[in-house]
Design a protein around this ligand. Structure first.
Ligand code: 1HE
Length: 267
């Protein structure tokens, strides 16, 4: 373990590196010699990093060093576990990835090369996904005799539907970047090598939103989407009133009405 060295209080394992770019933090999976396979120290490091995001950081970018985003679970650690340890291990992934999904700030994943198994589960826990053209997606769990364990059976069907998850898991097929984009795995596809810059650009854009609006999008929107419509509508009204009652919202609306706010122009 070593200090992350860039103003972050958390101690990160060697497999993770954190950098600060103004309002944006970049967390890198930094174990390219093992294709960024996620071992236990990495899982605990991810949990610690997202639990300890400093107050000044308003968005995070998650990317991988080397030729691949992430080759999933470290298969070397697997055979040592019995059933009870397997459950505890999976729950440790759930805790870490919940820190991303329902954490302090939005997270942009930058995907390239292999985004497979637990790597795809990790990407699915992020709020936005930028894919380079080299990115490809797979769920090889079936061929390894295992199952999803990092929340993928909950998150991936929300992105691409149960049927596509079944196809990936039963046939062992891969989806390329363009296909993944069509199915909803990424929000945007960019040229190889352009992912990190685009991820940081998007994160900087996200960081300019009102923090309370970003909180509502991360924490309230997904809960509304899964609740019954009547409860969802009521929760929406409550959240809308809370957001618009904030000083931040009032200042932003005043700016617009006094011709200082940005217009919404065609991009
Ligand atoms: C690994 C891992 C790993 C590479 N665990 N060590 N994930 C998988 O089934 C994917 C397994 N990995 C691969 O298919 C390939 O490694 C890649 C397509 C990602 C990359 O291929 P390549 O040719 O660039 O690299 P490589 O030569 O296969 O691997 C380089 C080294 O990384 C090698 O170790 P070395 O000591 O021989 O140099 C590999 O053993 C090592 N390596 N991937 C451990 N995953 C919460 S449940 C989630 C369940 C899952 O994630 S299942 C999917 C597991």
């Amino acid at each position: 373990m070593g200090k992350s060295g860039s103003g972050f209080d958390v101690r990160l394992p060697r497999s993770l590196k954190a950098e600060r770019h103004g309002d944006v933090a970049v967390l890198l999976l930094a174990r390219p010699e093992k294709r960024n396979a996620i071992d236990d120290p990495t899982v605990f490091g991810i949990e610690a990093f997202f639990a300890g995001v400093p107050d000044g950081v308003k968005a995070v970018v998650l990317a991988g060093e080397g030729d691949h985003f992430c080759s999933g679970l470290d298969l070397g650690e697997l055979s040592a576990r019995d059933v009870a340890q397997g459950i505890a291990h999976s729950r440790s992934w759930h805790r870490a990835f919940e820190r991303i999904e329902f954490g302090k700030v939005p997270v942009v994943a930058v995907l390239h090369g292999a985004v497979v198994g637990g790597g795809l589960e990790l990407a699915a826990a992020c709020h936005l996904r930028v894919a380079e053209r080299s990115a490809y997606y797979a769920l090889p769990e079936g061929s390894r005799g295992i199952f999803l364990g990092g929340g993928g059976s909950v998150r991936l069907p929300r992105l691409i539907g149960v049927s596509r998850v079944m196809e990936l898991m039963l046939t062992g097929c891969t989806y390329g970047a363009e296909q993944g984009q069509t199915f909803g795995l990424s929000h945007i596809v960019v040229d190889d090598g352009a992912g990190l810059a685009k991820g940081i650009e998007l994160a900087e854009r996200v960081a300019t939103n009102a923090p309370l609006s970003n909180f509502a999008v991360m924490h309230v929107l997904p809960r509304i989407a899964e609740s019954d419509p009547a409860s969802g509508l009521l929760t929406e009204s409550l959240m809308a009133a809370i957001a618009q009652g904030s000083d931040d919202a009032k200042a932003r609306l005043k700016d617009f009405l006094e011709k200082r706010g940005k217009k919404v122009l065609r991009g």
